[in-house]
Design a protein around this ligand. Structure first.
Ligand code: OKP
Ligand code: ZN
Length: 346
């Protein structure tokens, strides 16, 4: 399969995130994608190509124009105030506050459009995130054009970004943009499966009231794991979307058997949905050695995952999400994609 990649992800390089009462170096760093690129090339997964450029229109299909306008102008506003360091929010409009009025104060705006203090906004964030969406859209176009699979190798990740908010290192929801592009290209049904350690709250929120895009996420139980306020098993969709969202929260420290049992159920639901395309939010922070997560997957499990996804027999778009064991993330991606391809061939 082709990998779509641009070195412009380096433009997003956060310095510090607020974590356990102090500012610590960002876990989500450019080396992650560099290692993934190296591994994809070393393993011979397929050609690496540059993304095409798309307009904002396909991104506006899943994100509010007001939010995108903010992202586009944010660094300019912050820099005009004389700042050179990354921007982090410090105040948020929770229950009972007004979200309809955009404040003039920059930090108040940033808080309006975010849900944590661990996602720095940097000079190059908009351009990198935009390029990430271009990468996802290029992968989608290849698959819509008949390719069996494609890998959107982008960062920052996307699955925590909702209709009008950023957080969890995410700004534009690349998986959602791609899924919506399949629908806008004429697909009746699409499925998104999120295998990142963290619940894909943004993806869930974007499609929560829709029946055309089935959203599922296997993740650490939000009672103890980020993003804490969404991702429970009783969130099954709403209105027309009732029955088209499924969450598989597993306790931190869960066994690989428990993880694959959840995957099996999720795959059954994908088959039942009869989607024309499958989008995989491919987080590698389920790895036993991940510094911020607590599942136990390793090389054999990533190979098993790739093989199991291939057996669904669907046009499949992989998009990179989390994974913070930087030295191992490349091999872990290559295990999934390599085994997916071998299963197709074999
Ligand atoms: C992103 B992805 C909060 C820090 C908590 C956030 C984890 C984001 C994971 N200040 N850490 O799903 O891999
Ligand atoms: Zn994650």
């Amino acid at each position: 399969m082709k990998t779509i990649y641009s070195d412009r992800h380096h433009l997003h390089q956060g310095q510090l995130e607020f974590y356990r009462g102090e500012l610590v170096p960002c876990f989500e760093k450019p080396e992650r994608a560099d290692f993934v690129l190296q591994a994809v090339q070393a393993r011979g997964i397929g050609p690496v190509i540059e993304p095409e450029s798309f307009s904002l229109a396909p991104i506006e299909r899943v994100h509010a124009p007001r939010y995108l306008r903010f992202l586009e102008r944010a660094w300019g506003m912050w820099a005009a105030l004389g700042h050179t360091r990354d921007a982090l929010p410090a105040v948020w409009p929770i229950r009972g506050f007004r979200a309809d009025v955009e404040p003039d104060n920059f930090i108040a705006q940033l808080g309006l459009y975010s849900f944590d203090s661990g996602t720095p906004f940097t000079a190059g964030t908009w351009e990198a995130a935009r390029t990430g969406a271009d990468i996802a859209l290029t992968a989608q176009k290849l698959i819509a054009g008949g390719e069996r699979a494609a890998f959107a190798l982008s960062r920052p990740p996307g699955h925590h970004a909702g209709p009008d908010f950023l957080g969890g290192y995410c700004f534009i929801n690349n998986a959602a943009v791609a899924a919506q592009a399949f629908i806008d290209g004429g697909a009746q049904r699409v499925a998104i499966l999120d295998v990142d350690y963290h619940h894909g709250n943004g993806t869930q929120s974007i499609f929560y009231e829709r029946a055309d895009v089935l959203t599922q996420s296997i993740h650490g139980d939000p009672k103890t794991e980020y993003p804490f306020y969404l991702g429970h098993a009783d969130e099954t969709g709403q209105g027309a979307g009732e029955g088209f969202n499924a969450n598989y929260p597993l306790p931190a420290g869960s066994s690989n058997e428990a993880w694959f049992a959840a995957l099996e159920v999720a795959c059954g639901r994908i088959r039942a949905h009869r989607p024309e395309a499958l989008v995989i939010s491919l987080g590698l922070d389920t790895f036993a050695g991940d510094p911020i997560s607590r599942f136990k997957l390793e090389a054999p499990e990533y190979q098993r995952l790739g093989a199991q996804l291939a057996r669904l027999g669907l046009p499949t778009l992989f998009v990179l999400e989390g994974g913070y064991a930087v030295a191992e993330i490349g091999d872990n991606v290559a295990h999934v994609l390599g085994s997916f391809e071998e299963s197709l061939a074999g």
